[in-house]
Design a protein around this ligand. Structure first.
Ligand SMILES: [Cu+2]
Length: 325
């Protein structure tokens, strides 16, 4: 599995980038992970991917920058949304393509998490979230059906890696609008539990600005821990974090994967992520159980005094010795 090896190498480079992000500040500008030495991974992400060897890696998931999705065009690639306006409240087709520097539709993608491209749509107020897997026509046009229940402003993210020598993973973002009467909602208040379809998901840990933080999500159903989560795209859960205010897209690394010999199918799934800044973030966890994918959503504050995830009030954050590898 060549892909597995290549992505593993990239994951190591990406982890290095994350480790370095603290030192260089919290800029969201592109960092070319491929040019960094890949010899010393940050969060053990590379190790876990190596164990699975299945070409599944959050490390390759657009990890070239601390935050993605803020640009419609990056590294010569552009997200061209052919359906920038759709009707709210009914199932519609979303169509787009990834264009290269010369405007041609890209047709060669590397697989990540078993897919050539991951498409996430979130409302600007972070109350609606969809993680979709469009299909690609031979000419490079992607399409998927989606239903956006509320009118308003949305951001669409394409998370992919061109299958081109030296190309890094990218997350491009484009504005999308759902027409209809618009009633923007406030971002839900921070909470450590989320309820979806009879499942209770509890969050411990949190996001820290400029530093890697662990997020552990525990899934229970009817009060009982769920210990038979099903793999979904090569992991027991997929987590996307979006920053409130600009919907910066954070890259989250799984803390282990099915078949690596140590990762249990629940009740807990763990991730590491580095917030590019303090502020409010919304976390969306997709997990699969009973043959259905569900999404649990949480609002968390990064770096806010008084929260467990943030630095203690009035005291500068100190580095944990040995945290960086
Ligand atoms: Cu996906």
């Amino acid at each position: 599995m060549n892909t597995g090896l290549r992505i593993t190498a990239f994951a190591a480079a990406a982890a290095t980038t994350f480790g370095t992000a603290y030192g260089v500040g919290t800029g969201v500008g592109p960092v070319v992970a491929d040019e960094r030495p890949a010899g010393h991974g940050g969060h053990g992400a590379a190790r876990e991917e190596e164990a699975t060897g299945g070409g599944v890696s959050d490390g390759g998931h657009g990890a070239a920058a601390a935050a993605g999705g803020l640009q419609v065009s990056e590294d010569g690639y552009t997200l061209a949304l052919e359906t920038p306006r759709v009707a709210a409240g009914k199932r519609t087709e979303l169509r787009f393509s990834i264009r290269d520097e010369s405007g041609r539709k890209v047709t060669a993608f590397a697989r990540e998490h078993g897919k050539e491209l991951h498409f996430v749509v979130a409302s600007r107020d972070l109350t609606v979230y969809r993680h979709l897997h469009p299909t690609r026509a031979a000419d490079g046009t992607w399409s998927t059906s989606a239903d956006l229940p509320a009118a308003g402003a949305y951001r669409a993210f394409a998370d992919f890696k061109p299958a081109k020598e030296g190309a890094g993973a990218l997350t491009l973002g484009a504005d999308l609008a759902a027409t209809g009467a618009y009633a923007p909602a406030p971002v839900p208040a921070p909470a450590t539990t989320a309820r979806v379809d009879g499942y209770d998901v509890t969050l411990t840990g949190g996001l820290r600005p400029g530093r890697s933080g662990e997020l552990r999500l525990r899934v229970a159903k009817d009060g009982r821990p769920v210990t038979d989560l099903q793999p979904h795209l090569g992991a027991y859960g997929h987590l996307v974090a979006l920053r409130s205010g600009d919907l910066a897209y954070l890259h989250v690394h799984p803390g282990g994967e099915p078949g690596d010999g140590s990762t249990e199918p629940g009740p807990e799934v763990s991730f590491t992520a580095t917030a590019p800044s303090s502020g409010t973030y919304r976390l969306f966890l997709d997990f699969r159980h009973g043959d259905k994918v569900r999404t649990a959503a949480f609002t968390v504050e990064a770096g806010k005094p008084g929260t467990s995830a943030g630095p203690p009030a009035g005291r500068p954050e100190t580095r944990v010795p040995g945290h960086r590898h």
